[in-house]
Design a protein. Sequence first.
Length: 247
Amino acid sequence: MNLKGKKAIVTGGSRGIGKAVVLELASKGCDVVFTYHSSIEAAKSVESESDKFGVKIFGLQADASKYSEAEKTINFTLEKLGGLDILVNNAGITKDNLLIRMSEKDFDEVVSANLKSVFNYTKASLKQMISQRYGRVINISSVVAITGNPGQANYVASKSGVIGFTKSTAKELASRNITVNAVAPGYISTDMTEKLNDKQKEAIINLIPLKRIGTPEDVAKVVTFLASDQADYLTGQVISVDGGMAM
């Protein structure tokens, strides 16, 4: 798979799944701008790890929940990379609690970071993608958007919204040769899952037919496939990368 000459934005690209996506795209010859919220050190680490691929990689601090920041990112990308072909909407947060204890603030912040960010970056990217009659938008949802999960009403609502947004925009943009797909990761080994104890991890593994927690690279490979010309005839789809958990 060759993405040489392609230009991408990955939101939330300094750690976890986002970092793996940045490195996987870079390994295929793609130039990438990735956003991060706070950790400059983590962003610098991703930039240095990408050096070996001989592509252009830039980290940009941005708040994905703000439309003006999305516009800033697109303008920065066009200036630094000279184009935009691929958008990976990965930025997201969790603020888990049972609904009866969940604050309005925690609900609003999660929906803003996880769902409004997808609106912000997709809308801000459209002028460029429509003018060139080409674009690949890949939105990161979650397996819990399909199954539900106690204590995550805000997160699940936001990630279910991503799926609905994906299907609607896929129908709107297909005539412009812009595909929009979603990836729904299951339990993936990231900072979030590392907080679980051994008993909790064992309980999760028992729910997964393939009997292992996934890696960020498992997700990144599917994202890269959807970003490539091999996925020309796929749009409006939700691909679960979950070891068979949500069959």
